[in-house]
Design a binder for this molecule. Structure first.
Ligand code: F3S
Length: 388
C-alpha cells in the first residue's frame, strides 16, 4: 500500500506512539484487503463505548491510548452503558457508573464528541460518496444505503485508528465496483411496522455479508433503518439497495441469484424471536429513535390512562432536546423514561430484568445472548398494550 512521506514518518513514530499504533493498524488492514492507498475521511464513528462490552482490559487500553494521541477529524461515539444523568433510575450501580465515566473521559481526552448515539446521521448527514470510517453496524448500513456515503463496517480499533490518522485504507465499500448487489430479494408480502425488522433478520441470516437488492415494497426512512439494523445484526450486511428508493439502485444489479420472501417466512421470524409471552421491560429505540418515532410513541401513550410495565424509550441527546421542546418527552414520561446515551442492549439490563419487549429485529436478535433476556418482539402498539 502506498504511503505518503508523512504517513511513513507516522509509522516510524515521529508523531508519537499513539499515532504510530494507529498507522500500524491501518497499514495491516490495507495490506490484508489489498488497498492501494489511504484515503481521507470526513468523519469517524466509534463503537466499544459501553463498559459492559469493553470491560477492564478495554478501559485500561483506552486510558493508555488516550494519553498518546488525539483524533484528527469529527468523531462520534456509539451509545454507552447508561444515561449519563439518569443512570440511577436505570438501576445502574455506582461501580459500573464510575468505570463508564472513565471510559467516556478517555474518549473525550482524545477529542471525540460525546454524541453517544447509534444514529449520528440525524445531526450529521453525510454527502453522497463521502468517505467515512464508522463502526456501528446499523449506522454503517444506513449511511451507505440511504445517503450513498462510503464506509466499511469498521471494528472499534480500526475506526479509532482512522479517527486518529484522518484516513482509512481504500478498499471494500470505498470502491464503486464493490457496492453492487450480489443477491436480488423479491418480497412477496405487504410489510408494516416490525415486519421490516423481521425481514432484515431473515434475510441477514440467509445472505451473510452479501449486498442485497430489494424489490416488492416501498418504505419510509424509519422502516429502512429497522430493516438495515436487523440485516447487519443477524448477518454482516454492510449496505442494501431498494428499487426506486435508495440513491444507487439504478446501476446496482445485474445477473444475480434470487431470494423470494413470502408471508409465512416473516411469520416464522416472529415465532422464532418471541421467547416470552410477557415482558417486564418495554424498550423502544433500537436504533435510537428519530423524532417521528418519538412522536408516534407519545401519540399512542397520550390516549392511555396508565401503563403498568417499565418503559424505556432510547434516543440521542439531539433528538431528545427536540422531542422535549415539542412536548413528546413529557407525555412519554407520564408512563416511562426517555433515555439518552444508552440502549437496552449495551446497558447491563440483565441485572434487573429477565424479559424485554422490543419492536426491533436487531434488539430481538441480540438481547438473548447479550443480555440474557427472553424476548417479546412485535409492533409498538401491541407492546404498549393496544389491541391491533
Ligand atoms: Fe443502537 Fe443499541 Fe440498537 S447501539 S442499534 S440501540 S443495539
Amino acid at each position: 500500500m502506498y504511503l505518503s512521506r508523512r504517513d511513513e514518518k507516522t509509522l516510524e513514530g515521529e508523531f508519537g506512539k499513539g499515532n504510530q499504533k494507529a498507522m500500524e493498524i491501518l497499514l495491516a488492514l490495507g495490506e490484508i484487503y489489498g488497498a492501494d492507498r489511504l484515503i481521507e475521511i470526513k468523519s469517524a464513528q466509534l463503537s466499544g463505548v459501553s463498559y459492559k462490552t469493553m470491560g477492564e482490559y478495554g478501559l485500561e487500553f483506552l486510558e493508555e491510548f488516550s494519553r498518546e494521541c488525539k483524533v484528527k477529524i469529527k468523531t462520534f461515539l456509539n451509545p454507552c452503558g447508561m444515561d449519563r444523568v439518569r443512570w440511577r433510575e436505570m438501576g445502574i450501580d455506582e461501580e459500573f457508573a464510575k468505570k463508564q465515566r472513565r471510559l467516556i473521559n478517555a474518549y473525550l481526552q482524545m477529542g471525540v464528541e460525546p454524541t453517544l448515539t447509534c444514529t449520528p446521521y440525524y445531526f450529521y448527514e453525510p454527502e453522497f460518496k463521502e468517505h467515512l470510517a464508522w463502526a456501528e453496524s446499523s449506522a454503517v448500513i444506513y449511511v451507505n444505503s440511504i445517503f450513498g456515503a462510503r464506509t466499511n463496517r469498521e471494528a472499534g480499533p480500526s475506526a479509532l485508528a482512522a479517527a486518529v490518522i484522518g484516513k482509512t485504507p481504500n478498499y471494500g465499500l470505498h470502491l464503486k465496483e464493490n457496492r453492487k448487489a450480489q443477491i436480488l430479494v423479491e418480497v412477496k408480502t405487504k410489510l408494516k411496522g416490525s415486519d421490516f425488522g423481521a425481514l432484515g433478520y431473515l434475510v441477514g441470516r440467509e445472505i451473510g455479508s452479501k449486498i442485497p437488492y430489494f424489490k416488492g415494497f416501498r418504505a419510509k426512512k424509519d422502516e429502512l433503518k429497522a430493516l438495515g439494523a436487523a440485516l447487519a445484526a443477524s448477518g454482516a450486511v454492510p449496505m442494501f439497495h431498494l428499487e426506486r428508493t435508495t440513491p444507487e439502485w439504478r446501476k446496482a444489479i445485474s445477473d444475480v441469484e434470487v431470494l423470494k420472501i413470502e408471508r409465512d417466512e416473516i411469520e416464522s421470524v416472529y415465532r422464532e424471536l418471541n421467547t416470552a409471552s410477557d415482558a417486564e421491560l418495554i424498550a423502544l429505540g433500537c436504533p435510537h429513535c428519530s423524532l417521528k418515532e418519538i412522536k408516534k410513541i407519545a401519540e399512542i401513550l397520550d390516549e392511555r390512562k396508565n401503563f403498568e410495565k417499565e418503559l424505556w424509550v432510547c434516543t440521542s441527546k439531539f433528538i431528545h432536546e427536540k422531542a422535549k421542546e415539542l412536548g413528546y418527552v413529557d407525555i412519554i414520561e407520564r408512563f416511562g423514561v426517555v433515555l439518552c446515551d444508552t440502549c437496552m442492549v449495551v446497558s447491563p439490563i440483565e441485572g434487573k430484568f429477565k424479559s424485554t419487549g422490543v419492536n426491533s429485529g436487531k434488539a430481538a436478535c441480540y438481547l438473548p445472548s447479550f443480555s440474557k433476556q427472553k424476548v417479546v418482539f412485535g409492533e409498538i402498539k401491541k407492546l404498549l398494550g393496544e389491541k391491533i
